[in-house]
Design a protein around this ligand. Structure first.
Ligand code: GDD
Ligand code: MN
Length: 381
């Protein structure tokens, strides 16, 4: 039997290989947190009760919350070795936090649970048994398994939104998962390790992303639970998270041919066409008879709105601010003007080979759009 302490004090020249054998860990519970200080102690106590008999640890991954969540976790971690805290600085994002927590684990299984007590930790032992007995590769805590819905902890708008998101997710995954955007699940760690480099690090859809990235469809078990009301703090899910999720679903539907960023760029480009046409028609009907001048003005307005929307949405992780916002604007206008010239030139060439405006127009526009996207990504953002 390995004892936890050296048998006696070492004498000069002695070498002792550590006899200390740390307890094994079968389950790492990953808890992403942002401003959850008020919930930390409560959650650890709840895990302690729920996971009695399981060799577990909990890894809080905190994005340097201003409310001092990390300090609250560390105050407990100092005397409870099952509790760990990964304080990330200079970064934000639920998905990235979950991934990094999983990467810090060496346990065969990992669970992900919100830090705000909205998920029911009492489900954890059943989830764990299912994985340990190799009945499944992934167990999802679902809010929607029962017809009446166990999502009373959500507002009506959120309820409709997450049901819509779940429906869309099912279509994209081609899997019958009732709650593919659940933030509550348990999974074999190796399934996350293999796909980790390909996962997106922002937004709320890490489970969806993990499932979609698997090469062999995992065996999924869903377990129903009732989503509780938040006890302390506030929700961080906002409209950007929704846009982000829509982008990911779209890119999965196109089988990863198009990246989320490219799709957002294309969507913003489409709004640019609308802006352009509205400004143009406004100027023309306002008696502004000089068409080419109106056309240039409309293009400028569209470029301007595209720039600011792209900066806020498509490239929000590298958003330009202050003086760089102005210089980026000039760069973007130059890039897009070159794109327009390329569009025009290519369309002219195609038209010589294959007469008719449809193919020429489409090829020209495609070349221009790809140019705008690639060059903007490389130079402006
Ligand atoms: N580290 C880190 N970084 N944690 C974050 C971040 C972040 O940027 N944003 C949110 N969190 C943490 C919160 O502190 C909480 O523990 C958990 O992630 C979930 O965030 P909430 O803000 O409470 O999400 P929600 O309750 O509105 O959303 C619920 O439904 C979503 C699907 O509709 C959650 O269950 C989500 O997990 C789920 O994806
Ligand atoms: Mn929550």
């Amino acid at each position: 039997m390995a004892s936890r302490l050296p048998p006696a004090a070492l004498k000069s020249g002695d070498t002792l290989r550590s006899a200390y054998v740390p307890a094994r860990v079968d389950l790492s519970v990953i808890v992403p947190t942002f401003n959850e200080r008020g919930n930390v102690e409560r959650l650890i106590a709840a895990l302690d009760v729920a996971l009695a008999g399981v060799a577990w640890q909990v890894i809080f991954v905190d994005d340097d919350s201003p409310d001092g969540t990390a300090a609250a976790v560390k105050a407990i971690a100092v005397h409870d070795s099952r509790v760990q805290c990964l304080r990330r600085v200079g970064r934000r994002g639920l998905a990235g936090a979950v991934i990094e927590g999983a990467m810090a684990s060496a346990a065969p299984f990992i669970a992900v649970i919100d830090g705000d007590m909205q998920h029911d930790e009492a489900l954890l032992p059943a989830m764990f048994n299912a994985l340990r007995d190799d009945l499944a590769d992934l167990v999802i805590g679902s809010r929607f398994l029962q017809a009446d819905g166990l999502d009373r902890g959500l507002s009506a708008v959120r309820k409709a939104g997450s049901r819509g998101a779940a429906w869309l997710g099912r279509k994209a995954l081609r899997a019958q998962v009732s709650d593919p955007v659940s933030g509550f699940f348990m999974i074999r760690r190796d399934l996350v390790e293999t796909v980790a480099p390909r996962l997106s690090t922002d937004g709320f859809k890490v489970l969806f992303d993990i499932i979609a990235s698997q090469t062999t469809p995992p065996r999924i078990l869903e377990m129903s639970y009732a989503f509780r009301e938040r006890e302390a703090g506030t929700s961080k899910l906002d409209s950007r998270v929704v846009v982000d999720y829509a982008g990911l679903v779209l890119s999965k539907l196109t089988r990863d041919v198009l990246s989320v960023r490219a799709l957002l760029f294309a969507l913003v480009g489409a709004t640019g066409i609308l802006v352009h046409m509205s400004v143009l028609s406004l100027l023309m009907t306002a008696g502004h008879s000089d068409f080419s001048r109106a056309q240039i003005l409309a293009a400028l307005v569209a470029m301007t709105s595209n720039y600011f929307i792209n900066n806020a949405l498509t490239y929000r992780d590298r958003r330009r601010k202050g003086w760089r916002l102005a210089t980026g604007y000039v760069q973007f206008c130059i890039v897009c003007s070159v794109g327009l010239a390329a569009n025009y030139a290519v369309a002219g060439l195609v038209e010589q080979w294959v007469p008719g405006w449809i193919l020429a127009g489409a090829v020209g526009a495609a070349v221009g759009a790809v140019w705008n996207y690639v060059i903007s990504t490389l130079t402006v953002w």
